[in-house]
Design a protein around this ligand. Structure first.
Ligand code: ATP
Length: 314
């Protein structure tokens, strides 16, 4: 199952051949569910920006069928309901954050009468009210990106496309951006992020797709793909006698591995009595965490497997 939510983006067989015969997209099928944070990952040159620009009709695909917000890709009405923060965007440094938002509002045809109120709302939303009248040249990269996000939200979009929104942003700025993304999701908006920063995506995304050489190699919910969230694993050193095993089973079912026990719960809080029992029986606890793969190892495995397949097929 790719997405359980009604899809706001549902495209099939997207192809893009650039002049010079670069085949950037080779028949991409993609679904993005309403109100989710979706991450598009892939190595450099995989075709992520091309796909995003096809969806936004910035570039013309060689072939594409499907819908976005219930309308064919590129429909004018749909484009009025999306926001976009491009990669490496450079707003003029002599403008203030407020002026950038005002300029975007003008481009979106927002009536100047309502513009002031919208400006204040957006500045507050991205946490930039105190800096609103300062020039962009005095901002950090994270602040510039938050203003970039605010201008992408000026038309109250249903889907927000963000191309590498936290590239070059420091850890504090990234954490602030994550909070804003979660707020967008809580408002029911869909967020579509292109990024290389797997750790960042892992913290916020509901679902991801991995693109390699213009093809989708993995696509699904994050928990489904990584197998995370189903079981808690305790790494141990020591022996579990029959009596201790029965005592643990009175709290939770589990399976025994060579150096770990895998408990049938996704809730770390339910594991505390088991930890107490292990300690009472002098079993050393070496680690505690959720079962499953990290997004990084899923990404590397998927890209390696796809490259091998291509090598084998060549
Ligand atoms: N305007 C263009 N003309 C010709 N080829 C292009 C053009 N834009 C992109 N490409 C090529 O298409 C392929 C996909 O590029 P794209 O920028 O979509 O990848 P990406 O996954 O976004 O990469 P990155 O992570 O480096 O931004 C690459 O081989 C790139 O060189």
């Amino acid at each position: 199952m790719v997405t359980q939510r009604p899809p706001v983006i549902d495209v099939k067989g997207v192809c893009k051949k650039y002049p010079g015969k670069v085949e950037a997209l080779k028949g991409v099928d993609l679904q993005v569910g309403a109100g989710e944070i979706f991450g598009l990952l892939g190595p450099n040159g995989a075709g992520k920006s091309t796909l995003l620009k096809v969806l936004l009709t910035i570039i013309r695909p060689s072939r594409c069928s499907g819908v976005m917000l219930g309308q064919p890709i590129g429909h004018k009405k749909t484009l009025q309901k999306v926001g976009y923060l491009p990669e490496h965007v450079q707003f003029p440094e002599y403008l203030s954050g407020r002026q950038v938002i005002r300029y975007a509002a003008g481009l979106s045809g927002i009536c100047p009468k309502f513009c002031k109120k919208r400006e204040e709302e957006l500045l507050e939303f991205v946490g930039m009210s105190a800096w609103a009248n300062r020039k962009l040249r005095t901002y950090s990269k994270g602040m510039k990106q938050r203003i970039g996000l605010a201008q992408a939200l000026v038309n109250d979009p249903e889907i927000v496309f963000l191309d590498e929104p936290t590239d070059g942003v420091d850890p504090k700025g990234r954490a602030e951006m994550r909070e804003v993304l979660k707020l967008l999701r809580s408002q029911g908006r869909t967020v579509f992020i292109n990024s290389h920063l797997l750790g960042e995506l892992e913290m916020v995304c509901d679902s991801v797709a991995i693109l390699n050489h213009g093809e989708v190699v993995r696509h699904g919910s994050l928990s489904e793909l990584t197998g995370r969230g189903e079981k808690v694993v305790i790494g141990i050193r020591g022996h579990l006698g029959a009596e201790l095993r029965s005592a643990i089973r009175r709290h939770l079912e589990f399976s025994m591995h060579k150096h770990s026990i895998h408990l049938e719960t996704a809730e770390l809080e339910r594991v505390q009595p088991v930890i107490d029992l292990l300690r009472e029986h002098d079993v050393v606890i070496e680690s505690l965490g959720k079962e499953g793969q990290s997004l990084e190892s899923l990404f590397l495995d998927s890209v390696d497997a796809s490259n091998l397949e291509k090598g084998a097929g060549a």
